[in-house]
Design a protein around this ligand. Structure first.
Ligand SMILES: C[S@@+](CC[C@H](N)C(=O)[O-])C[C@H]1O[C@@H](n2cnc3c(N)ncnc32)[C@H](O)[C@@H]1O
Length: 371
């Protein structure tokens, strides 16, 4: 009887009331399966696991009946619940970060006497991070031909291609039959006229039959997925070939350490906590990873793109087109930009990064996964 928790102790640890726990017992959602020596009900280790799932789904806003269906589903084991909950919580965090960013923008606008349109105000409540930040995307995000060349070569002779997390379609090969998948309405609306047809869906649940495409590609998007491994498995399911441009979150090893995160934005590391390793990602598609060096004059303004053009990070429109800045939050962003501005002015940045100026391309951890 050593591994058990009384109702009172469980309530104390979780911050819910004993009454709530009794209610869960009454409705059959969570019945403590043990008894203390004195005859009181107690939670076993398995009960505690279930309690944690119930409370986490509850905190995410699920109804009790819905939770009962979820936790009783025999096809979902404890690890799967943990992965799913983690993804849902990250999604909630991103949504909160996007809302904070939108509210900050509105406060700044008000301080300058500008009233935002009702449409702009409501965008902050969109379900997707990119519904809140996506309208800033096209300012600097476009096809980088040298990276596109690598992706298109990796697609081989594929004729039908699925582009997952397609955004505005920057890397869609013009000479193949492309279908795009994109969950954000704001991003879908910004696809150029004549772009490939685009389906509103997510990577984790691709609405296509097994093996219905010659190849599936995903560019700069996997780090946004609720469950990257599930999304990659889905790509593998629907396509014979898979090509993914993503980031290796592991320690830098031999590669260049990015000065922006090292010296100015250590909060970036917090965004990577729990992120699957490159080995997990490649394993999910059964493929290999190749380094992709970023040219010094990279045309696509993603986070690492301006590694040799540090002044670019001082530009608001450059930062707004990259989700990292929204995710770390305004205070961290302002501090990082202020410190960088000061170091550029004093010559400290140039002194510290003397070696970079001689490079035409840098390995900052971007990788092409090919299966
Ligand atoms: C940085 S953008 C990249 C867009 C495009 N692939 C490109 O390279 O320009 C990331 C995109 O991933 C999308 N996204 C977010 N969560 C997703 C998910 N679960 N499944 C598929 N796409 C997702 C976002 O809406 C956004 O359009």
């Amino acid at each position: 009887m050593d591994e058990h928790l009384t109702v009172g102790r469980a309530a104390e640890l979780t911050g819910v009331t004993v009454r709530t726990l009794h209610h869960y017992d009454d409705i059959g959602l969570l019945r403590p399966s043990m008894r203390t020596p004195a005859g009181y009900r107690a939670y076993s280790a398995d009960d505690v696991e279930r309690l944690r799932e119930v409370l986490a789904y509850r905190r995410l806003g699920f109804g009790l009946r819905e939770i009962a269906d979820l936790v009783d589903d025999p096809a979902t084991d404890a690890a799967e619940h943990l992965r799913r909950l983690r993804g849902l919580l990250l999604e909630q965090r991103d949504r909160a970060a996007a809302m904070v960013a939108a509210l900050d923008r509105e406060l700044e606008a008000r301080a300058m006497g500008i009233r935002m349109t009702p449409e702009e105000q409501l965008k902050a409540f969109g379900g997707q991070l990119y519904d809140a930040i996506g309208s800033a995307y096209p300012a600097t995000r476009r096809t980088e031909p040298r990276i596109a060349g690598r992706i298109w070569a990796a697609l081989g002779d594929a004729r039908t291609v699925l582009n997952v997390g397609a955004g505005t379609g920057s890397y869609e090969p013009p000479d193949r039959d492309v279908t795009a998948v994109e969950p954000s309405a704001v991003m879908r609306a910004q696809r150029p006229q004549g772009a490939a047809p685009c389906v509103a869906a997510t990577a984790e649940r691709l609405p296509f039959e097994d093996q219905s495409f010659d190849a599936a590609m995903a560019v700069s998007t996997v780090h946004h997925w609720r469950d990257p491994v599930a999304g990659l498995r889905e790509m593998r399911r629907v396509a014979r070939r898979v090509v993914v441009f993503t980031y290796d979150a592991a320690d830098t090893g031999g590669r260049q350490e990015f000065w922006l995160t090292r010296d100015y934005l250590p909060e970036f590391a917090g965004l990577l906590v729990g992120w699957p390793s490159l080995a997990d990602l490649t394993h999910a598609i059964g493929g290999r990873a190749e380094p992709v060096l970023i040219p010094w004059d990279c045309a696509d303004g993603f986070f690492e793109a301006y590694w040799r053009r540090p002044e670019a990070y001082l530009e608001d429109h450059v930062r707004r087109a990259v989700s990292v800045w929204t995710r770390v939050g305004r205070p961290a962003e302002q501090r990082a930009v202020g410190a960088l501005r000061a170091d550029l002015a004093s010559g400290r940045w140039a002194e510290r990064n003397r070696d970079l100026v001689a490079l035409d391309a840098a390995d900052l951890g971007l990788r092409l996964l090919i299966a």
